[in-house]
Ligand binder design. Structure first.
Ligand code: GLU
Ligand code: MG
Length: 459
């Protein structure tokens, strides 16, 4: 049947959709009545088609109808066109990945499954972002490499006043126990909901900015990491709503404050060995691990157009906010875009990894994982070495450049990147660049305050 895409094995359990739903506040399993089939568009908006449970078999076999025009939707639901993608005609099939289906514990009776898109002839659609992520994972696999990845999820929780102004749930203290006390019921429910959905939570903690909280999850395969971050975000949103809170994952919720990142942690592995540890390269990297990281670092200006794509992203990308705006790497350096994390002695063979700090949650996570793999593999192909490490505040070191300082500058870097253009393929590249150009034109008509307010509501 739909066998044209190389797949990788996933370690996540397959669920019996009817028996697996657990409500966040009830011990008894509940039957699933409705399933949200999800995808993320090129503007980073998570969209769904929903079906009654009885239609799941049919959807898993032949999919649900899906206009290709969704690929050129902008964040505000207006529509642009690329050279290859756009217009009212055509149809695709969105097919849920049953292995990734999860009950939605905070939405009793509901489940969610990410979907892949196929043509009506059953061929993988060239514009499908999740298929792209799987294709890049398979490309790594052909070289004997696997990737472990995980996104951190930062968000701001609060309420809206009648005038639509956002009021964060708390102010000081950063990382303060007072914050946890204020939302302890909500956080407990969240941890229970995520456990019921088979998400492996590492930490949930109060962050720095007003109203800011964070969840970090265990690493997994790249597509699984992208699926998980969408599931985590929507679970946070649903749990918060049950407590009268509204949340936002937007990069800049409160202008002038520290924003929300969606840092990507990643490590390349070969034959069960972590290539970020135990090698002869800098800080214990293996030569192959170093080359992978160097490939990512080389493409970082272009990757920014994927991982921090819009005008709202650039409201966050300021120095001294641990958003990683400098185009450099460093061991445990939170101002470097690429931070090497080793973990504690005794566990490093498992934990050593790299973190991309400059990315945020307006990105499509499937595009993020796929393009990072493509960039890393190109680094190995070219035998790259890392430049000199930047140990302290990069602004104090002569010659350390900033990443592109606008969506237009990042888009220019993406358009000039042969590595990413080849990896994405012409259909996906066309759709993404068309969306970026149209979003740049849209933002040109808005003030920074309007950009932040819009992103706060959309993401
Ligand atoms: N909130 C910061 C950001 O915008 C990151 C803080 C941290 O290092 O966790 O990315
Ligand atoms: Mg954080």
């Amino acid at each position: 049947m739909f066998a044209s895409v190389p797949t990788e094995s996933t370690h996540r359990p397959t669920l019996d959709p009817l028996g697996a739903s657990v409500s966040a506040d009830a011990a008894a399993p509940q039957a699933i009545d409705v399933i949200a089939l999800g995808w993320v568009d090129n503007a980073g908006i998570t969209r769904v088609k929903t079906i009654p449970y009885g239609r799941l078999d049919a959807a898993a076999t032949h999919g649900v109808g899906f206009s290709p025009v969704f690929d050129v939707f902008l964040a505000d639901d207006s529509i642009t066109a690329g050279t290859l993608v756009g217009g009212p005609t055509g149809d695709l099939r969105l097919i849920p990945d049953l292995a990734a289906l999860r009950p939605l514990a905070a939405q009793p009776g509901w489940a969610w499954a990410p979907g892949d898109r196929y043509t009506q002839d059953g061929v993988a659609y060239a514009g499908c972002q999740r298929t792209f992520a799987r294709r890049m994972t398979a490309r790594a696999g052909l070289r004997g490499l696997s990737l472990r990845m995980g996104f951190e999820v930062e968000w701001i929780t609060g309420t809206e006043d009648p005038a639509g102004r956002f009021l964060p749930a708390f102010h000081k203290a950063a990382y303060g126990m007072t914050r946890v006390v204020r939302v302890s019921g909500q956080l407990r429910e969240l941890v229970r909901a995520l456990a019921a959905q088979h998400v492996s939570v590492l930490q949930v903690h109060p962050e720095y900015a007003a109203g800011q909280l964070e969840v970090s999850v265990a690493p997994e395969d790249p597509v699984g990491a992208a699926d998980t971050t969408i599931l985590v975000r929507e679970t946070i949103r649903a749990v918060a709503a049950r407590h009268g809170h509204t949340v936002s994952f937007a990069p800049c919720v409160l202008p002038g404050e520290v924003g929300n990142g969606a840092h990507l942690h990643f490590s390349p592995w070969r034959d069960g060995t972590n290539l970020c540890h135990g090698g002869e390269g800098p800080q214990g990297l293996t030569h192959e691990g170093e080359a992978f990281l160097a490939g990512v670092l080389r493409e970082l200006p272009a990757l920014l157009a994927i991982g921090a794509p819009g005008a709202a992203s650039h409201l966050r990308l300021e120095p001294d906010r641990w958003a990683g705006v400098y185009h450099c790497w460093g061991l445990e350096n939170r101002e470097a875009a690429l931070r090497l994390v080793t973990g504690m002695t005794g566990e490093r063979q498992h934990t050593a990894n790299a973190e991309l700090k400059c990315f945020d949650a307006t990105a499509n996570p499937y595009l993020v994982v796929g393009t990072v793999i493509a960039a890393g593999l190109a680094g190995i192909e070219d035998g790259l070495r890392l430049p000199t490490e930047v140990p302290g505040d990069p602004s104090a070191v002569a010659g350390v450049p900033r990443l592109p300082d606008s969506p237009a500058a990042a888009l220019a870097a993406l358009e000039a990147s042969e590595v990413l253009r080849e990896a994405l393929g012409e259909t996906l590249f066309d759709a993404i660049t068309a969306v970026r150009r149209a979003e740049i034109a849209r933002a040109a008509e808005m003030t920074p305050a309007e950009i932040a307010a819009e992103a706060r509501r959309l993401y």
